[in-house]
Design a protein around this ligand. Structure first.
Ligand code: ARG
Length: 464
């Protein structure tokens, strides 16, 4: 028997070239080869232990697969569209090498449980890479936060100057987001790390498979407990792209801020030249290309989430060829996220902060108005009244073109007799920061506390 297609005995004519191209997946699923072989070797070992495959056959399969892996690594294996996908290409190459033993490998297995296993093995590895990269980006942000625990910048609401915050505190907000991203990836990985193998096409198999043996060999934490669900479940793929979308959304938000802060109107930061490009026409331009692309690429990852979730909608049990469409979005999501995290950690190390400009912006926005209101409350005035008093003072200062801290004491006292010369301590941005000295607040002391906390958490995570 040397027909090209394993099922061709059933058919009167071969599929057309167009159909072959349309239904084949080898162009993109060949990147699963390493995990496909890993799964096959474990399956063969299990079959041997179960007495389904002889020791000689197993040895031949192991030898053949080692050769194939070397061929793939050397770029010498010829992938054939005639053989549709990575599974059949590898199996055919194995059979070419070791004949009958190769043909026995597919005993008690189907491509349906095989591909579901491959993709989970592959994704499990990608998630581990992503988790490490999230942590190194957190470290880069912590380093920046540490340098700027005391640096005052305007905090914004509605993109209007609101209250002074520490730039380090602002960076720590992203460390928190990435911390949740890490947790989500870890949680998603638990559901990725379950083994479909043994479900065969959909109903299980008549051979005495020992699924716990295969699972142990492959390092799966759990075994899919229902054969129909095992071959048709892609929840884990949706969960992964959802978690990846959130990472990209966080980085897109930070990118938007970096872009604004770098614009001459803000002038809060500069980004090292190696992450920017010039304009082909305007000689003066230095454009923040990397953050802009991150913002743009977040769109494609979100698109993959929508694509995958739609792919699953209305699919009857169990396997359908629709599921072949899970791969490209998954591959592109992992690739995009990994590249983005890598470049982002590097870029954050190339961010230089301009504290004078940040402070000047704080001084322009009446950022300590709330502090003055709080000051009056502490002297006995009800908050709603102090809010009104300060609003009048702000209006006056605005008309005079000065900050609240630049109003003479006599003028301030005209708004409330409760004001005395200690008021200037709370009207400076530094005073405002220091006054927010509680868990989660922006005081430099709290910023340093959080940095130490995160450094400990990251060190502990590395230790396990
Ligand atoms: N290339 C297929 C996929 O990616 C492998 C499974 C094929 N199974 C089948 N019954 N046609 O989903």
């Amino acid at each position: 028997m040397n027909s090209t297609k394993t099922w061709s005995g059933r058919f009167n004519e071969p599929v057309s070239e167009l159909v072959k191209k349309y239904t084949g997946s080898i162009d993109f699923d060949k990147r699963l080869a390493q995990w496909d072989i890993q799964g096959s070797l474990a399956h063969a070992q299990m079959l041997c232990q179960a007495g389904v495959l002889s020791g000689e056959d197993l040895a031949a399969i192991e030898r053949g697969m080692a050769e194939i892996l070397a061929e793939i690594e050397a770029g010498r294996l010829q992938w054939l569209l005639d053989l549709e996908d990575v599974h059949m290409n590898i199996e055919r190459r194995l059979t070419d090498k070791i004949s009958d033993a190769g043909k026995r490998l597919h005993t008690g297995r189907s491509r349906n449980d095989q591909v579901a296993t491959d993709i989970r093995l592959w994704l499990r590895d990608q998630i581990s890479i992503i988790q490490t990269l999230i942590q190194s980006l957190q470290t880069a942000l912590l380093d920046l936060a540490e340098q700027h625990a005391e640096t005052v910048m305007p905090g914004f609401t509605h993109l209007q100057v609101a209250q002074p915050v520490s730039f380090g505190h602002h960076m720590l907000a992203y460390v928190e987001m990435l911390g949740r991203d890490y947790e989500r990836m870890a949680d998603c990985r638990r559901r990725v790390n379950r083994m479909p193998l043994g479900a065969a096409a959909l109903a299980g198999t008549t051979y005495p498979v020992r699924r716990e043996v295969t699972a142990e060999l492959l390092g799966f934490e759990q075994i899919c407990q229902n054969s129909l669900d095992a071959v048709s479940d892609r929840d884990f793929a949706v969960e992964f792209t959802a978690a990846a979308s959130l990472v990209m959304i966080h980085l897109s938000r930070l990118s938007e801020e970096l872009i604004l802060w770098m614009s001459p109107r803000f002038g809060f930061i500069d980004i090292a030249d190696r992450f920017c490009t010039g304009s082909s026409i305007m000689p003066q331009k230095k454009n923040p290309d990397v953050p802009e692309l991150v913002r743009g690429k977040s769109g494609r990852v979100i698109g993959h989430l929508i694509g995958l979730i739609t792919l699953m909608k209305s699919q009857p049990l169990a396997y359908n060829k629709d599921n072949q469409e899970d791969k490209e979005p998954l591959f592109d999501t992992a690739d995009t996220l990994i590249d983005t995290l890598r470049i982002y950690a590097d870029m954050m190390r190339g961010v230089s902060v301009k504290p004078e400009n940040m402070r000047a912006a704080v001084m322009q926005g009446f950022a300590t108005a709330t502090d003055l209101a709080d000051y009056l409350v502490k002297k006995g005035m009800p908050f709603r009244d102090s809010h009104e008093v300060v609003a009048r003072a702000v209006r006056h200062a605005d008309e005079a073109g000065v900050d609240l801290s630049q109003l003479p004491l006599a003028v301030l006292q005209g708004f409330s007799g409760l004001i005395s010369d200690d008021v200037y301590q709370v009207l400076t941005p530094e005073g405002s920061l220091n006054a927010r000295n509680h868990l989660g607040g922006t005081a430099p002391e709290q910023v340093r506390f959080q940095i130490a906390r995160w450094r400990r958490l990251l060190a502990d995570a590395q230790a396990v």
